[in-house]
Design a protein around this ligand. Structure first.
Ligand code: PMP
Length: 410
């Protein structure tokens, strides 16, 4: 089976990501750390550059031409995010620094005023710290409880286990769309059917989903969806919180300052409507211009072809890894993206990552901001190779050969 469909010119696609031409320690770079952050197409880099060269001004504050241009570009980015994720309106999209801020906004703006002692929040055992710690902070303050939905050994969600935790005191469910360690794709639409029937808001952490497949928040049926731009081929410091408008409208502001108000007086301040209510201060305007360009770039591609290529690469990687004696995969769900976390018996993941770097290969080792998940598997660290559509079969083969070589050195 050919890896790339005939109409997908992988060489031409790679040329649009300038960094992929780099060498590291005298070797061609093999970038397999895409779940950590993804590389940027020249179109997104050029958009940031062009913004600073020709349009730089603050948004929504001045009537001069540059400020109007900057505001238009910033609002276009919001509209492009809305279209990307199928939001009903751009007003449902709060632009944030990333997933972490997006989830904290829901924790502090939605849940904090509503959470009573004895209430419950449900998350899964495979969450990133960004979808654990904001809830722990709230629980500690309010005397509420964080309940943890179990997962199976193969890295799939235990759906009946999660549903069994839902009860009259459940005030919110937080769930990763895709696990950054396991690669598992969670059955979000199915969870949403149950949470909606029970009247419980469902927040989905989409950080690792959008880089791999299209998402339609309305079709999913969730209530909040958070994602981060830098994993979506866009600049760091960008991301979004999508929420149903009535929920955003019922949320309290979290960060106070300029731009999030209608009027301010010492007698009383009137807050702006969403999304501005949650965007105090000067945003990362150039970053969002880059995000808009990255979204345009992505949507102009043959996305099913990218996905098919990436999935085939992921399978080639796993097939090759299975040949290593003493390999242990952490995460073997059938529904997954092209992320492989594993351990090799007798070799520490970080030692392997350091030696692979000398071969020009970027992978991540460690706990991947998911300590409870690694504790669940009783391991201190994994090596994680996470692929993107711009990776090649040759890179996978060279990675496997390099892994064999460096393992022999330990
Ligand atoms: N959730 C998941 C599943 C992630 O993989 C990450 C990034 N590693 C985050 C949340 C946090 O994203 P950010 O640091 O961009 O806010």
């Amino acid at each position: 089976m050919p890896l790339a469909k005939p109409h997908m010119d992988l060489h031409a696609l790679r040329q649009q990501f300038p960094i992929l031409a780099r060498e590291v320690h005298g070797n061609p770079l093999i970038y397999f750390d895409n779940a950590n952050t993804a590389q940027k197409p020249a179109a997104a880099i050029a958009a940031v550059d062009d913004f600073y060269r020709r349009h730089n001004a603050n948004v929504a504050r001045a009537v001069h031409t540059l400020s109007e241009e900057a505001t238009t570009l910033y609002e276009e980015a919001r509209a492009k995010v809305a279209a990307l994720i199928g939001a009903a309106s751009a007003n449902e999209v709060v632009l944030t620094t990333g997933t972490t801020l997006a989830i904290n906004l829901v924790a502090q703006g939605w849940l904090r005023p509503r959470l009573q002692p004895g209430d419950e929040i449900v998350v899964s055992h495979m969450e990133h710290h960004a979808n654990i710690v904001p809830w722990q902070l709230l629980c500690a303050e309010r005397g509420a409880h964080l309940k943890v939905a179990p997962i199976h050994d193969d890295g799939t969600l235990d759906l009946p286990g999660l549903l069994a935790l839902l009860g009259p005191r459940t005030r919110l469910v937080g769930l990763a769309h895709v696990s950054n360690v396991l690669g598992s794709i969670n059955p979000v639409a199915e969870v949403a059917r149950h949470t909606r029937a029970a009247g419980i808001p469902l927040l989905v952490d989409g950080s690792q989903a959008l880089p791999h497949f299209p998402v339609d928040v309305q079709a999913l049926g969730c209530d909040f969806y958070a994602f981060t731009g830098h994993k979506l081929f866009a600049p760091t410091g960008t991301g979004a919180l999508w929420g149903r408008y009535e929920l955003l409208d019922a949320m309290s502001p979290v960060i106070g300052g300029g731009e999030m108000i209608e009027s301010v007086s010492f007698e009383g301040t009137i807050y702006a409507a969403p999304p501005r209510r949650f965007e105090a201060g000067t945003p990362n305007i150039a970053g969002f211009v880059g995000l808009a360009a990255a979204i345009d770039w992505l949507r102009a591609q043959d996305q099913p072809a990218l996905r098919a290529h990436e999935d085939a690469l992921g399978e080639r990687l796993r097939a090759g890894l299975r040949g290593f004696p003493g390999i242990r995969f952490i995460g073997e769900a059938a529904q997954r993206v092209s992320v492989a976390s594993f351990l090799l018996e007798g070799a520490h993941a970080t030692d392997l990552a350091v030696l692979l770097d000398l071969e020009g290969i970027a992978v991540r080792s460690g706990q991947h901001c998911a300590h409870p998940l690694l504790q669940r598997y009783g391991v201190g660290a994994t090596l994680r190779a996470s692929l993107a559509f711009y990776n090649t079969a040759d890179e996978v083969d060279r990675f496997l050969a390099a892994l064999e070589k460096v393992r022999g050195m330990l």
